[in-house]
Structures are given as C-alpha cells and as structure tokens.
Design a protein around this ligand. Sequence first.
Ligand SMILES: O=C(O)[C@H](O)[C@@H](O)[C@H](O)[C@H](O)COP(=O)(O)O
Length: 320
Amino acid sequence: MASLSSSLRSFSAGRRRLLPASRASPPPLSSRSPPRRLAFSADFGGLSLTGARSRNLVPRAKSSMAGAATESGKKKVEVFETEEDLAVSLAKYAADLSAKFVEERGAFSVVLSGGSLIKSLRKLAEAPYIDSVDWSRWHVLWVDERVVPKDHDDSNYKLAYNGFLSKLPILPGNVYAINDALSAEGAADDYETCIKHLVKNSTVASSESGLPKFDLMLLGMGPDGHVASLFPGHPLVRENKKWITFIKDSPKPPPERITFTFPVINASAHIALVVAGAGKAGVVHAALGNSQSPDQLPVEMVSPEGELTWFLDKDAASKL
Ligand SMILES: O=C(O)[C@H](O)[C@@H](O)[C@H](O)[C@H](O)COP(=O)(O)O
C-alpha cells in the first residue's frame, strides 16, 4: 500500500493538469426544451418505470455477491426519445443531486466512468447549470481507469477532462485522477488510500459498514454487460475485500486497468446507469427484461443501497 503522502502527491500530479476552466457558450434554445420521455409509465412492485413500453420488463430479484450483501434500494428506469433528451435529463438529475448534497453536507462526490457517458454529461457545461451549480463543492473520481499516462488517448481522465471537466469551474484540487506513474497494482492501492483519506475527512460520506458512500456514481455499460472494469465471467466481480482492485487481462482494451469493486459501487447513495444505442438493446433486455439466462451479468449486480436510475434512449430500450 502506498503511503498517504505519496498518494496525495500522485493526485497532485493529476490536479496540475487541469487548466483554468473556460465557459461554454449558451446552448441553442432547442436544447433547453424539456426532455421527451416516451409516454408510458408504470410501477413494477418497487421498480418504477417511466417512458418505455413494458412488453417484457419485469422486476427481478438481484442476488447480491457473497460477502457484499446489500439490500436493494429504489430502482427506476427512464427511457428517452433520443440521446439528446437523455443528456438534458441527466444534467438536471446531477444538478439536483448536487444542490441536495451541497446543502446537506457541504460537498458533492461524483464518480465517473469512461466511454460514451462523458458525452452524455455535456449539458452540465451549458446554461443553466454552468452558472447555477456550486462547482466548488464537486469532488470528482473515477470508477475505473486505464493504466496509461494521463495524456494518452485511452485515459479516462483525458476523456473526461477534454469532454467535460475543462469546461467547468471545478477546483483542480478536487479532481482525483489515478497516479499514472505506478503499476496497475500500485495505482489501485494508491487510489484506495486516497479514498480512505477522503472518507476520513468527510469529503466522501461513509456507509454504515464503513465503505465510501459516494453521492452520485455515473456508470456506463458495455455491450457484454460489463460495468466499470468488471467483466462477465471474470473473478474480479466477486472481489469483496478490496475497495479498488486491478485487472491486467481486460477483454476491452487496454488490458491494464484499475476498478472499484462491487461492494464500493453498491454502497453508493445514487447510481445512474446511462445506456444509449441499439447495440446495447440485447443486454438491456437481459438485465431488465424477462430473459431466462442463468448467468448474472455484472450490470445485474449493480444494486445500490441507495437509488438506481437507468437512463436509456429509445434504441437501447427497444427490446424491452
Ligand atoms: O473505461 C471504461 O472502459 C469504462 O468505464 C467502461 O465500463 C465503460 O463505461 C463501458 O464500457 C461503456 O462504454 P461505452 O458507453 O463507450 O460503450
């Protein structure tokens, strides 16, 4: 385990890369109109659905991983006509949670994934949120990161910085990138040490069991049903001792990554699972529909103590 001081140094290295924030110009009026949810709304015994036809949508009891039993909180599925509508609603969701947590505890901890999620956060850098959100209270972390230099095209930090963070006045010291000078194992330990420090000083809340309880975790999902860097059939999906672990044989390149484990993911107060595109429709159906497959996908193991909200576009929901 790396020492705390080396951890903080490594995070400083990430912070220094943040340039002064520039502000995006106001969006065209069309992008400010309310998001178009599809017309259907129903409750499924604790699972509330807005926006999708529910041909096959049924609630499924989620089995928790051994040693990480969590009682499933509220679950909601939102389906939008387009990805643009999804992005408008996702920005409002994040901004509303930011206001709530800033008022309640003076800070807002947000965990990002890589992939297309970052593009779906673009509306946060536009009016009204660019001016109305208290960005100085945001603390930004990553649910997974590729073990590459921060200026590498595969870096989730670089993706988020270029697509999102550089446009917002988040304090550079509140952005916690991994130490890209370490091995995968070292970077995972270092990141865990950093998060322990953030829990200790109450920047990140703590769950009853002492796990970090992030205010908002934003997850994408791969077409194979993976979340973070937790892949179907990989033993890491059962890791229940470490908060952060590493993988050197990721089926999605690049092979070396660090990732939060399920106990930490599921300790979150709020998780948004953001999925767009027809290429994900099959796995969305497997996760939310009445598929009879005995194999539990990683995405089906997302079962937070708090609230889970699926943000789907019409194409991703097309098989429900
Ligand atoms: O760094 C990563 O690879 C991820 O964090 C990963 O879990 C991603 O979120 C999904 O693969 C979805 O990615 P897409 O939305 O681009 O398909």
